[in-house]
Ligand binder design. Structure first.
Ligand SMILES: [Zn+2]
Length: 324
């Protein structure tokens, strides 16, 4: 952070020169301008200055569309290239230090909440809702997870489960086909999965956290649950970092066929002094298959993980393997 007020002033003046009218916060380091993202609903509306640039630590964030990142030299190069030379000279974060800007996730256009459907709703939307009811969901689940669908385009006849980060911004979604005969069962936004904490908005990090594989497992799980969007979890994952930071105890409830990965994840978490339990459920191939309300009853049967438990499981695999 800079000590010199003069430098702060120079930075603010450059932003004014480049973007015209700006709004100042009382603290003198937050400067708000019109959003630079063409897809933002505040774009091109002079009265709406929703994009805040922090001139000291160089964070920027639009409160409407969620555009954000760090490094104002980078920001200028991308959005005001005419001013990129003076910007590179007075902002500290060098452009090559900047990691790729946080990518924006936006729901497919015309996203409609399925909880809100009227009786005469579009047949595809109704089919999506019925699909969820057939999987054992109830109206409350549709509201709680804000599940939606669209009537046209590549997302038609898919149920879309959005995910929100800790600040309530959309950070991911998964769109699952409701028909069997499609090429791709799931469509997901192109963001790095390791950066996403699915359902972060609903997570209480001070309580035991259940980890399942996918969003459809999550909606059958207990409330304090996130999903891995796969079956791996490593030190590079934001989820891993947040668990360690909060010392959050974890229950692993991955699919039974991922038992080896389950033990790997447990061992890694245990190295960071995280309490880990494993929940086994051999009667189902995943949590998503269970009837609603079944999983929370299983939860008390989760067993504490230890290196010994892992060895025992390994021996079990060898035995059953040698029988065949
Ligand atoms: Zn915006």
């Amino acid at each position: 952070m800079m000590s010199d007020d003069l430098d702060i002033k120079k930075r603010v003046m450059l932003i004014q020169r480049a973007f015209g009218s700006v709004l100042f916060d009382r603290d003198g380091v937050n400067v708000a301008i019109g959003c630079v993202n063409k897809d933002c609903s505040s774009f091109g509306k002079p009265a709406k200055k929703k994009l805040t640039l922090r001139v000291d630590n160089e964070f920027y964030h639009c409160w409407v569309c969620g555009l954000r990142g760090k490094g104002l030299a980078y920001f200028f190069r991308k959005y005001k290239p005419n001013f990129s030379t003076p910007a590179a000279a007075i902002f500290e974060k060098k452009i090559d230090e900047i990691k790729e800007e946080v990518q924006l996730v936006q729901l497919p256009e015309e996203f409609t909440l399925l909880a809100r459907l009227g009786k005469n709703a579009d047949p595809d939307l109704r089919a999506c809702k019925n699909y969820l009811y057939n999987r054992g969901l109830v109206q409350r689940d549709l509201w709680y997870f804000k599940i939606g669908a669209v009537t046209s385009g590549r997302y038609r006849r898919r149920v879309i489960i959005p995910s929100f980060d800790g600040e309530g911004m959309l950070n991911y979604y998964t769109a699952r086909a409701i028909d069997g005969e499609v090429n791709r069962k799931y469509l997901n936004p192109k963001v790095r999965r390791a950066d996403v904490i699915f359902n972060d908005i609903n997570i209480d990090w001070s309580q035991e956290l259940t980890l399942v594989e996918g969003p459809f497992d999550l909606i059958k799980s207990n409330e304090n649950t996130t999903c891995l969007l796969g079956s791996t979890l490593s030190l590079q994952h934001e989820l891993f970092k947040k668990i360690v930071k909060n010392k959050t105890p974890v229950i692993l409830a991955l699919d039974p066929d991922a038992i080896k990965k389950t033990h790997e994840i447990a061992a890694t978490l245990a190295r960071f002094d995280i309490c880990v339990k494993i929940l086994k459920f051999d009667n189902f191939s995943d949590v998503g298959e269970m009837p609603k309300g079944y999983f929370p009853q299983l939860l008390p049967h989760a067993e504490e993980w230890s290196e010994m438990a892992r060895l025992r499981s390994l021996i079990g695999t060898i035995r059953s393997g040698s029988l065949i």
